[in-house]
Ligand binder design. Structure first.
Ligand code: ADP
Ligand code: MG
Length: 293
């Protein structure tokens, strides 16, 4: 179970600088939640039948297995430097990185990753491991990117569907942990045209639309006020697409939280487009929280 007592915060490392940023973020999270930290490296080479031992003519400490041990040890040391005394373990698990990390997700409290890693296509703004894991994990996934403004609000995107409920709960918990404000953003755009030739009224009552969207947000937040009576909550109802609206809010935030998928105008097509957009554009760390099936 994700919520099992003692479930570890898991951080994926590959020897890159972004992964070390993830380690620092993960150490703070684990400490805050009083959980152990588990540093995990997915080690692909044995699967590809590449020799991983020290080459007979190589210097001591050479070979892929040693390199992996070194990068994990560096990450563990970084965690201990960030939060001295934190229970931290390092592990090398044979397999492809996203598969290894997704294997951790049913038993992890949270998985923390860098937005980029060692390799990949520089044309992509965010690495494929980060996207894969954020999309499919059973537990919340926190992707280190941008700048964390410690006193800033925890921003959460609310689409009004039950799908954003777990994200809202996670964000409220984060804000309460941090003693900061929860800032709920509900972006809306409508009415949308159904296509060419579609009959649309020429004039909409903007105020009425806005009132309706305000109501959507108020309903979504009702449970939060009950469970976190002391939590300061601010709200923003904005006529915009969700990704630009949340990206703008992320510039002043400690963290931005979104569901792994939302209601999407074209259900099935746009699922997850907001979480993907934020992973690419957020100015602060992004938490992606699994939406109910
Ligand atoms: N082999 C791996 N083992 C564990 N975690 C990894 C591994 N590779 C990448 N990660 C995690 O995923 C993050 C993003 O890396 P990735 O998606 O591979 O980006 P890139 O395409 O730039 O290499 C890394 O910062 C790290 O946290
Ligand atoms: Mg990579």
């Amino acid at each position: 179970m994700n919520s099992a007592d003692g479930a570890a915060v898991v951080v994926g490392v590959d020897g890159s600088e972004p992964a070390l940023r993830a380690v620092r973020l993960a150490a703070v999270e684990a400490d805050r939640r009083r959980r152990p930290l588990r540093v995990v490296h997915g080690f692909i080479w044995p699967l590809l039948r590449v020799p991983v031992g020290q080459p007979p003519d190589g210097p001591p400490g050479s070979g892929l297995r040693h390199q992996a041990e070194d990068l994990v040890a560096r990450a563990v040391a970084e965690a201990e430097a960030t939060r001295p005394g934190l229970r931290t373990t390092g592990e090398i698990i044979d397999g492809e990185a996203s598969a290894v990390l997704l294997g951790e997700s049913p038993t992890a409290a949270m998985i923390v990753l860098g937005d980029r890693g060692l390799g990949g296509f520089t044309a992509l703004l965010v690495g494929s491991v980060a996207v894969q894991v954020a999309t499919h994990a059973d537990c919340p996934v926190l992707v280190a990117r941008g700048e964390e403004r410690p006193g800033g609000p925890v921003v959460v995107g609310v689409d009004g569907s039950p799908l954003s409920r777990p994200a809202l709960d996670f964000a409220a918990e984060q804000a309460a942990f941090r003693g900061t404000t929860l800032h709920a953003v509900h972006a809306y755009r409508h009415p949308t045209s159904g296509g060419p030739g579609d009959m649309q009224p020429l004039v909409y009552d903007q105020n009425e639309l806005r009132d309706e969207e305000q109501r959507v947000l108020t309903e979504s937040l009702a449970g939060i006020a009950e469970r976190y009576p002391d939590l300061p909550v601010t709200r923003e109802v904005v006529r915009d697409r969700p990704v630009p609206a949340l990206t703008a809010a992320s510039r002043h935030a400690a963290m931005v939280v979104v569901g792994s998928r939302g209601r999407g105008e074209l259900t099935g097509l746009l699922l997850g487009s907001v979480s993907h957009g934020l992973l690419h554009h957020s100015a602060c760390p992004v938490a992606v929280v699994r939406a109910p099936d």
